[in-house]
Design a protein around this ligand. Structure first.
Ligand code: FO1
Length: 329
């Protein structure tokens, strides 16, 4: 058994063609939930859903979020209506007292659906509605994720990092905002200062996550700050990572990032945006997979390969390197 930590697109891209090396039946994926928001009344879990749709053969591979070929008629109509009603565009946070009313919720991740600031596909929305309804019926996020995983025919075990809410908040010169406001609402533009994982100190790793972390762990080329950071910020998870074997794939070649906001987030939080910075962010990692042209040397074992992840053959190659790194760790 092997457990992958997933956030953003890095680990899903590694999993996309890794089945011959890491059979889905023997793989658990623990997904970041720091990116989750409540928008238009829906609990949206982007990092869980990317793995869910990938496993169900229904992921939009252009964006690596949302469902393949989805329409967005409800979303488009929300914008048309807001325009017609003269309502200002979002992100529109609900008022302070509404942030924590109702289901247990981390502060400042709850948004109005007026001029919905994230594009929610119609079939995607059905997933969020089902999730939210089951949560409101009293099920835990872990239990709801199992129900959805069964509906999508997943062979992998998929777990949220915690059943407790955590919200990744970004400090910028324009104020503190939720990760999704910064990334989707403002195109990742206000410069990043500190990053806070609100709720993480009180959040607990579930028993299923702790059991999964008894196995060797693989951290794909996800961004260490907002994809993996919320998981490492939960005490029980951090302790478990120090105790088990961990292999991490760098999302950088030296100081060049493959994609996404990792470099801005690392620089903003005082970590060198490079493979060396990734290694410093993962003191619990026992070995690394680096690109063959990455000049970085580390104090831990390194396996090198071409770490480009553009298609299934790439994922297979990188997965084989991960397997060798697990042996070297
Ligand atoms: N990313 C965008 O850049 N724009 C969107 O409108 C958007 C909508 C969206 C809806 C559901 C979902 O699960 C993910 C969505 N994402 C969107 C992706 C998301 O913002 C991030 O890429 C992840 O949180 C990072 O893992």
């Amino acid at each position: 058994m092997v457990t992958f930590l997933a956030g953003g697109t890095g680990t899903p891209k590694l999993l996309a063609g890794a089945d011959d090396v890491f059979s889905p039946e023997e793989t658990t994926v623990v997904a970041n939930t720091g990116d989750d928001v409540e928008l238009s009344g829906h609990v949206i879990c982007p990092d869980l859903d990317t793995v869910l749709f990938l496993g169900g053969g229904d992921l939009d591979r252009e964006t690596w979020w949302g469902r393949d070929g989805d329409t967005a008629e409800t979303h488009d109509e929300l914008h048309r209506l807001a325009d017609a009603a003269g309502l200002e565009d979002g992100p529109r946070y609900l008022a302070g007292e509404k942030q924590t009313a109702g289901r247990e919720i981390a502060r400042w991740r709850r948004f109005s659906g007026v001029a919905e600031f994230m594009r929610i596909g119609d079939r995607d929305r059905a997933v969020h509605l089902t999730r939210t309804s089951l949560l409101d019926e009293g099920q835990s996020l872990t239990a709801v994720t199992r129900v959805l995983a069964d509906a999508f025919g997943l062979d992998r075990t998929l777990l949220p990092m915690s059943d407790d809410p955590v919200a990744t908040l970004i400090d910028t010169p324009s104020g503190t905002m939720h990760f999704q406001e910064w990334w989707v609402g403002r195109n990742g533009e206000p410069p990043v200062g500190a990053v806070e994982f609100r709720g993480a100190a009180a959040a607990e790793a579930t028993a299923s996550v702790l059991t999964a972390l008894d196995e060797p762990v693989v951290i794909g080329p996800s961004n260490p700050v907002t994809s993996i950071g919320p998981m490492a910020a939960i005490d029980g998870i951090e302790r478990a990572l120090h105790e088990t074997t961990v292999v991490a794939v760098s999302p950088f070649v030296g100081d060049e990032v493959f994609s996404g906001p990792a470099a801005e987030l690392m620089a903003g939080t005082g970590v060198e945006p490079s493979t060396a910075g990734v290694a410093a962010s993962y003191p619990f990692a026992d070995a690394f997979v680096l690109d063959e042209s990455d000049p970085t040397d580390l104090d831990r074992p390194i396996v090198r390969t071409d770490t480009t992840l553009a298609d299934a053959a790439d994922s297979d190659r990188v997965a084989r390197a991960v397997d060798r790194a697990l042996e070297a760790a």
